[in-house]
Design a protein around this ligand. Sequence first.
Ligand code: OGA
Ligand code: NI
Length: 348
Amino acid sequence: MGSLGDWPEPVVCVQSLSESGDLVIPDQYVKPPLERPSLCFTDINIPVIDLAGLVTSRETTMKQISEACREWGFFQLVNHGVRAELVDGAREIWREFFHEPMEVKQKYANSPKTYEGFGSRLGVEKGAILDWNDYYYLNYLSLSHTNWPSQPPSLREVMEEYSNEILRLGAVLLKIFSINLGLKEDHLHNAFGGRDVGACLRANFYPKCPQPDLTLGLSSHSDPGGMTFLLPDEQVCGLQIRKNNQWITVKPTHHAIIVNIGDQLQVLSNTIYKSVEHRVIVNPDKERVSLAYFYNPKNNLLIQPISELVTSETPALYPPMTFDEYRRFIRTKGPHGKLQVESLKSPR
Ligand code: OGA
Ligand code: NI
C-alpha cells in the first residue's frame, strides 16, 4: 500500500456521493479552512487572444502572447481555427460518457500505476483529503495503445479529430513561443521531441456539491506537462487561477480554447514563462464538465533551462530531469507534487 501499485483505500465515485442526496459531504472532502474557496469579487479575466491577428496584425498579436505567457501563464484563444462544432462536440461527448450507467464506467476503473481510465482520486497517500471530481484519463500519443471507452460509440473518432487540431495548434504556439523567447523558430519543437510529442487527455466531471464552500473540484496545482489546452464548461464557471495571491475566476469566452503554460515550459524558459497555479470550485446546483488536453515533451528527453536563456544574471533554476521522472513525483504526491519538486531547484 502507498506504492504506485494500487489505491490505498477503496475509491468512491463522487457522482454517486452527489446523487445520494446527502446534504453533508464526507469528511474526506472537507478542505482545511485556508484551502477552501473564498469569495472573489474581481472582474479581471485572463487575456483573450485573437489568433487571426497573426495574419492581420502579427506584431501586436505576438506581443500579446508574449505578455500572456510571462505575466499570466494563461490565455484564451479565439479564432483558433478549430471548428465550433468540434469544440462543443469534444467536450459534450465526455458529458455523455459521465452520464453512462455506473457499470459501464466501472469497466474502465483506473489504478495509480498509469492512471489510465475512469477514476476519482489523484495521489496514493492514505487518508488524504480528496477532490470533488471524477475523471477519465487517457494516454493518447507515444504509447502503443489507448484505453478508449467504447461508449459513446463516436467518442474515439471525435477525439481523434480534435487531437489532430490541437497538435496543429500546439505546433503553431511552440513556434510563436520560440520566436518570442529570441530562439530559432523550431527550438521548442525540437526540445519537445520533434514529431514525438506526448499527449494525454483528462476529461473532468464535477458533480453538483451540497457544500461547495468546504471543498474543491480540483485542488490548487500547476500542470506538470508542456502546455494545456482546456475546453471549459461554458455554462458553469469553476476554474480559478492564482494571480498576485488572489484567486481569479476565468470567464469563458464562447468557443474559446484556454491555453496554459505547464511546468516543463517554465523549466525550459528558466521561469520567463510561468506555470501558474489553478484550481476548480464546485457548484451546488450544476454539474460541470471540462476537457484538458496535455501537450507534453517526449517522456525520456532531458528537460532543462535552454542554454540561450541562461546568463550570469539569470542562472539555471532547475536541474535536468526527464518528464517521466518529474511526473513520478506528481503521481505519488497528488496535485501538490510540484511543491516537492520545487525544493529540487538548484540555484547555482
Ligand atoms: C486540469 C485542470 C481545470 C478545469 O485538468 O489539470 O486544471 O477547469 N482542469 O477543469
Ligand atoms: Ni490543471
